[in-house]
Ligand binder design. Structure first.
Ligand code: SF4
Length: 435
């Protein structure tokens, strides 16, 4: 069996940051490119740490859906997943780790096409124009600038005479310096990010001096046009497949298997068995029966959900709930199940990554990570959570975990039989801890 795992950044603020990854995931599942297809994130569940455990496959390809080959791609993901490099052997499993999407040469073609299209729309000549390719960058790892820099250079080589600049949100040269480095009256600014999250929609336009919510305007005496980020779901899904196939040729034979297919397989049969034996089962704030999944106490006028994207919009994105397990699951919907895989896929869409832990806890094999262990493996700011006082830990647990359908087992306690276990502190918990 083969599995494909997309690794993105995610956000606590906007559903758009993870949105591209979810759209690609839906597309790749609908294409049926692997037996199991999943996603994981730094800021949202499922976490980088836990995602591999959801698969049954003995060959897994992990593709970072990131714009840069920097700190996250080179350090955070390999550390969290326990990867040794491009190929890791873990027991009988082979885990392939590809380069991130943002360094794929075809994204350069997308950038060129987008600049040419905008030039034609504005009817401007090369000599009146500067193009600023704006990446995230980080002072933690200069390699985070490489993808934006390479694409800026490639664009300059393909359009002789065009003034092409690079700039970074969190590194030098800064976005504000664009206005000092070019005299061009018209500036096309291209965010070198894969997803239109809060950096793309708020932070970069603000640093450019554009009015909030606008994609063009006057700033420092220039006309500035803000282009779309280069990744669209259709293009990025194809690039993901291409990268995955170079490691695992069995990935990619397309045969459509339906909207609720190709989800991670761990725990699926276990869940189905319990639901069938008991007739109905409460899972977080879901009521599961062999034929239907819905929030308990659902009234009349319910929406019948027919796809993961529709369900995600209802329970996750509008309004955005960065912690899907937070209490207060939106109601008014139901999904027909009827078989083990559909039932588990609906549960996985509502509570990503919980099924594998639920199943392990029920079988008595759940391995929890203490806060100390989590702190020790950190390479960034979270390292200090190992020094938190007991009162801070308790305060955070009351504030967050008591409002969550999961129950921490990372604090040494056992989850109650009717609760979903939480084997290690989530990113939201860690972020609040260091705030
Ligand atoms: S750490 Fe607390 S808030 Fe976060 S998932 Fe676990 S139980 Fe929920």
């Amino acid at each position: 069996m083969t599995a494909l795992l997309l690794a993105g950044h995610g956000s606590h603020i906007s559903p758009n940051t993870a949105g591209l990854v979810w759209r690609c995931l839906d597309q790749l599942r609908a294409w049926g490119v692997a037996d199991e297809v999943g996603a994981c994130f730094w800021k949202e569940p499922p976490s980088f740490r836990n995602a591999l455990g959801s698969f049954c496959s003995d060959a897994v390809v992990v593709v970072p859906v990131l714009a840069a080959d920097g700190y996250f791609a080179r350090t955070v993901i390999p550390t969290e997943m326990g990867l040794d490099g491009p190929l890791t052997r873990a027991g009988s499993r082979c885990i392939h780790y590809t380069r991130p999407i943002g360094v794929h040469p075809r994204l350069g073609d997308v950038l060129l096409a987008s600049v040419l299209q905008q030039m034609a729309a504005l009817n401007v000549e090369t000599q009146e124009l500067a193009v600023a390719v704006i990446g995230h960058g980080t002072r933690r790892d200069g390699r985070s600038r490489e993808a934006a820099r390479r694409n800026a250079k490639s664009l300059a080589a393909r359009m002789p005479g065009l003034d092409v600049l690079e700039a970074y949100l969190d590194d030098d040269p800064s976005i504000a310096s664009i206005y000092e480095r070019t005299q061009a009256p018209v500036i096309l600014a291209v965010p070198w990010f894969l997803a239109p999250g809060s950096h793309v929609s708020i932070d970069v336009p603000r640093a450019l001096g554009l009015p909030a919510g606008s994609t063009s305007g006057r700033s420092r005496g220039r006309s500035v046009y803000y282009l779309d980020a280069p990744g669209t779901a259709g293009v990025v899904s194809e690039l993901i497949l291409e990268l995955a196939q170079t490691c695992e040729p069995a990935i990619g034979d397309r045969h459509s298997r339906g909207a609720w297919r190709c989800f991670p397989g761990q725990g699926v049969r276990h869940l189905w068995r319990e639901v069938c034996e008991q007739g109905e089962l409460t899972f977080g704030e879901l009521l599961l029966t062999p034929s239907c999944v819905q929030p308990p106490g659902n009234g009349q006028g319910r929406t019948r959900v027919s796809s993961p994207a529709q369900l995600r919009r209802l329970v996750r994105e509008r309004p955005f709930r960065p912690l899907p397990e937070a209490r207060g699951l939106p109601g008014g919907w139901y999904a027909e199940s009827g078989d083990a895989r559909t039932l588990a896929a609906v549960v996985e869409t509502v509570y990503p990554g919980t099924l594998v832990d639920w199943s392990a806890a029920r079988r008595g094999t759940l391995e929890s990570e203490s806060l100390q262990n989590v702190a020790e493996r950190q390479t960034g700011n979270f390292r200090i959570v190992g020094d938190l006082s007991l009162s801070t830990i308790n305060m955070l647990s009351t504030k967050l975990c008591d409002q969550c359908v999961r129950q921490p087992t990372w604090n040494g306690e056992n989850a109650e039989a009717n609760k979903l276990p939480c084997r290690e502190p989530c990113n939201l918990w860690l972020s609040k801890a260091i705030a």
